[in-house]
Design a protein around this ligand. Structure first.
Ligand SMILES: O=P(O)(O)OC[C@H]1O[C@](O)(CO)[C@@H](O)[C@@H]1O
Ligand SMILES: O=C[C@H](O)[C@H](O)COP(=O)(O)O
Length: 944
């Protein structure tokens, strides 16, 4: 059996506490299970409660009761939090007793608004204590100038205090002295000090966040390689070095004469508690602030993700007093570099108070809003009418509950999807998205500052060069949130189509445009080619063109190297264990979001509500993503595999992102869910039995007509899921809900939702074609099956010859049946006119054949639905629409241009599909693209 690292910690004199609380954690038995595994206590803070209460339904029942008793917001807030603390304290009571009152504590923080008021703090603590009515509870008081006397006074009255928000050795020393002074007063009254306990919460990771930012600034300005090397060696070191210094001070005080008398009388030292020990920089080890701080008489309080990681791969060794000289050297070097730690830690404390205060106010507002909602009429946030599949979905949810799906998802058990250990290893390395949101919140201030600096530097436009998961979330966010006043506008360029590239180029002023190169792999051909094109343009305009580029990529990719070598303005490195389509809450989504002036912290806060609502302690039936995933998976298996998204106007583009997530994640091994996005809602008769409708509506987007249509579909036996968003910011949470849902549906379908095995086929074909072109100067020749007024049709799918263009197309679609689908794949500019014509064609096909029809633009869709086309069920009829480009547009450093690249991509995909025996028809338009497309559509509609 695997050794239990939590229990091992105890042998080294350290207690592990959990920095988290919520009702379901207690009622589900999850907390008890952790106690059985060696957990020794719990800490809470206003942010934790805010997430628990705002982001879950855990408290709804108690709230209803309190409302029926006529309680107001402050009373409700008090009642909910006090009950959580009491329930948790009762679970920890045996630990408290077993450890002779040393451990088994649950901490609760006072209202942060009191942080600078000594008397009010005293009063609040005295009021709260009897309400809590438990011995093993600690009240948290901040180590502010006004908090210190309160700590002394409260200790002098026999209270057990958790001193919070300590950042520096100076603050720590004052806290320790206040505790001792308080204890002395207590003892002088003839009382026994044995039952008083205290911990001093030293915030570790937050110091790194601030110091790393300052180091980054210096790195940017550094002139020499050796300067850079010194600076890099300091990254991620300050927090631990500072904690080690504080620990030495602890020993000096509590093992020295100052405490000796009290100790003789049985008083307990105030243990340092390492707080803020969740890793904030996703590129650092997930156990950085646990494994390096192990030593006697200490506590470490960790958030759930860190606890899970520690249970999984935690290594225990006495580390707290290792390399002390090195730690001192780090702190001294920082000072020498002008990083004033005293000043920084003072500010950190102020910011800490402010941010807890902010959470407290949000919590109050959230309770007020919930109260309003409960008292008034309200629409349900999620509902599903599933007809005769209803019971099957519930049965699946019951079995997911029994199999502990949620718990295993959060502990990243790859066996949920595949049994092959090699695949499991890969899956395990693809689940970082589950826990990234909270860590990114820590980067919000930095992103906001960066965005401000870009705005102030005079940039008027941002052009993002990226494909699929590296570009779709930013595109959705730009369309949903617009651009804040004064911030640069964002365009996403995810095409090799020369007309599209030129239209973007012409719409911006190159001199004031910032380019983002976004690529997880750092090897994507479209991104690289576009970079070369624009870099060359800028080289002609200015010195140091790299100043107009930033990169978002994984550590160690060719793109990181390129960015370093070419002096990019900034490089954002993202964690390796998050695949592109699951990266909305990483830098891939957040950097562009910040640049257009969206409040990143507010966005992540909303996302965190959904993360909270999806935790493992929430039953499957109520777990938003799991519930949706069960519907998708069960109905998909029943043949309702066309997930038809109906998004209200305010969030109309969400489907761009969702399309990739669902199609690329599930479309493999001959199975999958096909998202149908951007399709107008039709009458029930035009749909086959293969549809599941999902309506996503923002509350303010009232639309009676669509509502009526949905109801009619429902009455005709079509399953309909309805999701209501309070406002567009809720989209932040939807990204997460759908990620969990996709992972859940993937498990039900028995596929690995985190790879894209068939995408490479088309990429390889493209490379082969480009190679052949290099050698022979042309592509393999093909004979059209029809040529009509400059429009040519190609197919290898055995369409009987004869007839006009439209007849050939209908003949091609002739064999389609039941749950087949048609994919229109247009390698054209995504202009309004083309879109209108292609949508007409799409509707026509659907209405005539009752088949689901999708529309994608090449090469964009290759990084999205392209996986489903090749890896999903053999049910597709593929219509490629290509055209002769007006311009070739060179790619610097290559002997082919964009036009040729695009043609190779289209032909490469054509060959991948035909090689798999899938049915493909290419309609090649001439140079008059718009006129030719119109001609095709009119012919199909029998208009001419
Ligand atoms: O971020 P990258 O590595 O450039 O990849 C872009 C997209 O291409 C794909 O790998 C498919 O080709 C997607 O999964 C991904 O989102
Ligand atoms: O008591 C501990 C604090 O609430 C907590 O560790 C703060 O951590 P954070 O920096 O992750 O918010």
């Amino acid at each position: 059996m695997k050794a239990n690292p939590i229990k091992k910690l105890r042998k080294y004199g350290q207690s592990l506490w959990l920095d988290h609380i919520r009702r379901a954690l207690i009622t589900s038995g999850a907390l008890q299970k952790l106690i059985d595994e060696g957990l020794m206590g719990v800490t809470s803070n206003p942010t934790i409660f805010e997430k628990a209460i705002a982001g879950s339904k855990d408290y709804d029942e108690q709230m209803q009761l309190l409302l029926s008793e006529g309680k107001g917001v402050p009373e409700i807030l008090n009642a909910l939090t006090v009950q959580d603390i009491q329930m948790a304290a009762d679970l920890f009571r045996p630990v408290y007793e077993k450890t002779k009152e040393e451990d088994g504590f649950v901490s609760i923080e006072l209202d942060p608004a009191l942080a600078h008021r000594t008397e009010a703090t005293l009063q609040a603590a005295k009021n709260l204590h009897p309400l809590l009515n438990r011995k093993n509870v600690m009240i948290k008081v901040p180590a502010t100038a006004e908090g210190i006397p309160a700590i002394e006074a409260l200790t002098a009255e026999g209270f057990s205090i958790n001193v919070t928000l300590i950042f520096s050795v100076e603050q720590y020393e004052q806290v320790a002295r206040a505790y001792i002074a308080g204890l002395k007063k207590w003892v002088q009254q003839g009382r026994s000090s044995e039952s008083i306990r205290s911990v001093a919460s030293v915030f570790v990771s937050r110091l790194d966040t601030v110091v790393d930012r300052l180091i980054d600034e210096r790195l940017h300005a550094a002139k020499t390689a050796s300067e850079r090397e010194i600076l890099r060696s300091l990254l991620g070191k300050a927090g631990i070095a500072n904690a080690k210094r504080i620990y030495q001070k602890f020993k000096e005080i509590f093992h020295g004469p100052a405490f000796l008398d009290l100790q003789k009388q049985g008083a307990a030292p105030q243990r340092p508690l390492w707080a803020s020990t969740g890793t904030k920089n996703p590129n650092y080890s997930d156990l950085l602030y646990v494994e390096a701080l192990i030593g006697p008489h200490t506590v470490n309080t960790v958030p759930p993700a860190t606890l899970t990681a520690f249970q999984d791969h935690g290594k225990v060794r006495a580390t707290l007093e290792e390399n002390l000289e090195e730690a001192e050297a780090v702190l001294e070097t920082l000072e020498e570099l002008g990083i004033d730690l005293r000043e920084r830690t003072r500010r950190l404390q102020e910011e800490g108070v402010a941010s807890f205060s902010d959470s407290f106010q949000k919590l109050t507002r959230c309770i007020a809003a919930k109260r309003e909602r409960m008292l008034g009429e309200h629409e349900e946030r999620f509902s599903a009418s599933l007809g005769h599949d209803e019971e099957a979905v519930h049965a699946r949810l019951r079995s997911l509950e029994k199999e502990k799906f949620a718990e295993r998802l959060w502990t990243k058990e790859a066996s949920l999807w595949k049994s092959d250990p090699k695949i499991q290893e890969k899956i395990k390395n693809r689940l970082g998205w589950l826990t990234i949101t909270e860590a990114m919140l820590e980067q919000a201030a930095d992103l906001t500052a960066f965005a401000r600096s870009i705005k102030e530097a005079g940039f008027t436009r941002v052009v993002l060069l990226g494909m699929g998961g590296s570009s779709l979330c930013p595109e959705v966010c730009r369309k949903t949130y617009g651009v804040a006043p004064g911030y640069p506008d964002l365009r996403v360029l995810d095409s090799t189509d020369p007309a599209t590239i030129l239209s973007v180029e012409r719409s911006v002023n190159l001199e004031t445009t910032l380019f983002i190169l976004a690529s997880k792999s750092g090897t994507t051909i479209e991104v690289e080619s576009l970079y070369r094109y624009f870099f060359k343009k800028l080289q002609a305009l200015r010195d140091l063109p790299g100043e107009q580029f930033i990169a978002i990529t994984d550590p160690g990719t060719p793109l990181e190297k390129l960015a370093q070598e070419n002096g990019f303005r900034r490089i954002f490195l993202t964690p390796r264990d998050i695949g592109g389509r699951y990266s909305a809450h990483t830098y891939f989504g957040l950097v562009p979001l910040a640049l257009i002036g969206v409040d990143v912290a507010a966005f992540l806060d909303r996302a965190l509500e959904m993360v909270q609502a999806s935790q493992s302690c929430v039953p499957a039936e109520e777990n938003p993503g799991i519930r949706l995933g069960a519907i998708l998976g069960v109905l998909g298996r029943e043949g309702r595999d066309k997930v038809t998204l109906i998004a209200s106007p305010a969030i109309g583009s969400f489907g761009y992102w969702l399309e990739q997530l669902l199609a690329e994640s599930t479309g493999k091994e001959g199975r999958g869910l096909l998202p149908i996005e951007g399709e107008a809602v039709g009458r029930p008769e035009i749909y086959g039995e293969d549809r599941l409708f999902v309506s996503l509506r923002v509350a303010s987007d009232k639309d009676d007509l669509t509502d009526r249509k949905l109801r009619t579909l429902q009455e005709h036996g079509h399953p309909v899921v309805r999701i209501l968003l309070r406002d567009p910011l809720d989209l932040a949470g939807e990204f997460f809900r759908w990620e969990v849902a996709t992972a859940t549906a993937g498990a039900i379908l028995g596929i690995n939702p985190f790879d894209e095995p068939n995408v490479t086929e088309s990429k390889e074909n493209t490379q082969r074609l480009l190679e052949a072109f290099r050698k022979s100067g042309r592509f393999p020749s093909r004979e059209p099956i029809l040529e009509e007024e400059g429009i040519r049709l190609y197919s290898d799918s055995g369409i009987a010859p004869g007839g006009f263009l439209q007849e050939m197309v209908w003949k091609f679609l002739g064999p389609a049946k039941g749950s087949d689908y048609v994919a229109l794949m247009a390698y054209l500019e995504r202009s309004a006119v083309h879109e209108e014509l292609l949508q007409r064609l799409r509707s026509l096909i659907r209405d005539r054949t009752r088949l689901a029809a999708t529309l994608g633009y090449g090469p964009r869709f290759l990084h999205s639905t392209g996986q489903f086309h090749k890896g999903g069920p053999d049910a597709g009829f593929f219509i490629q629409i290509t055209a002769e480009d007006q311009e070739a547009l060179p790619i610097p450093g290559e002997d082919y241009g964009f036009s040729l690249l695009k043609q190779s991509q289209a032909l490469g995909d054509y060959l991948s599909l035909t090689n798999r025996g899938r049915r493909v028809l290419e309609i090649r338009l001439g140079r008059e693209v718009e006129a030719d497309l119109r001609k095709v559509v009119n012919r199909m509609e029998n208009r001419s």
